[in-house]
Design a protein. Structure first.
Length: 255
């Protein structure tokens, strides 16, 4: 019996102006209100500049807010950065950490992800810790080794009770924004291995509590199949979260 809730989160990346973002959540709110909401939680991750306006627009709605990243320090001389406390203050519940685009283009490492996760928990927020292998790593048969290393590194120093609050997102790099999705069997295999890895690092109960999302070209037509896997506890959705109708259809696939 699986007691875990599902979490469907939309990562807008560097898309949508404030007014475009507001139009999107207005439409999404309406569509989500008519869905059976109990088992599926919904979140959106706009850019930092849209968070405040989107938070206002989401008041009274069940849709939660996520940051796309944050710095590990609480405040100070870190030009261009945003702290976890600021994200909490603006109304976020979640913060995406270690997205492959940040690892690839902005020098994110397991060590910096780990520092950010510490700040996120300290601010009373929930980290969505992203892991995933490249195509070359998959073809070399190194998928599990890579994602396990990323999980071990990202969670370094946390107690089991803290780890239980984390959301992990398995996002194979070769499936992000490519239209090429992992099959439900490929996703389930990695998710199951990650849960076994958590059980080894911590304990079985902790492993059972951690939500593990899948991300990588999730679309309305493949969502139900992926979300139907026993260890797939939701989705982190990029491109398809930019259209309210598509995102709502994906949410419906998880309900
Ligand atoms: C992502 O970047 O988190 C993602 C899964 O993107 P897409 O859905 O566009 O592949």
């Amino acid at each position: 019996a699986q007691a875990r809730r599902k979490l469907i989160a939309g990562n807008w990346k560097m898309n949508k102006t404030v007014s475009e973002g507001l139009a999107l959540v207005r439409e999404l709110k309406g569509l989500v209100a008519s869905l059976p909401g109990e088992r599926v939680e919904v979140a959106v991750a706009p850019t930092f500049v849209s968070l405040h306006a989107v938070a206002k627009e989401l008041e009274g709605s069940s849709v939660k807010l996520a940051g796309q990243n944050c710095h590990w320090e609480a405040s100070g001389a870190f030009t261009g950065e945003v702290s976890a406390g600021m994200l909490k203050d603006v109304g976020c519940t979640y913060v995406i950490l270690g997205h492959s685009e940040r690892r690839q283009f902005f020098g994110e490492t397991d060590e910096t992800v780990n520092k950010r996760a510490r700040a996120v928990l300290g601010a009373g927020l929930i980290p969505i810790l992203c892991v995933g292998e490249t195509l070359a790593e998959r073809e070399a048969g190194r998928t599990l080794e890579v994602v396990e290393r990323q999980v071990t590194g990202g969670l370094k120093g946390f107690q089991a009770a803290e780890v239980a609050t984390f959301v992990l997102a398995y996002e194979p790099v070769w499936a992000i924004g490519t239209g090429r999705t992992a099959t439900s069997a490929q996703a389930q295999e990695v998710h199951k291995s990650l849960r076994a890895h958590l059980a080894k690092l911590y304990d079985g109960e902790t492993a059972e509590r951690v939500l593990i999302q899948y991300g990588g070209s999730v679309k309305p037509d493949n969502a139900a199949e992926l979300l139907g896997q026993p260890d797939v506890d939701g989705a982190l959705v990029g491109g398809a979260s930019l259209k309210a109708g598509d995102f709502a259809a994906i949410i419906k696939g998880g309900a």
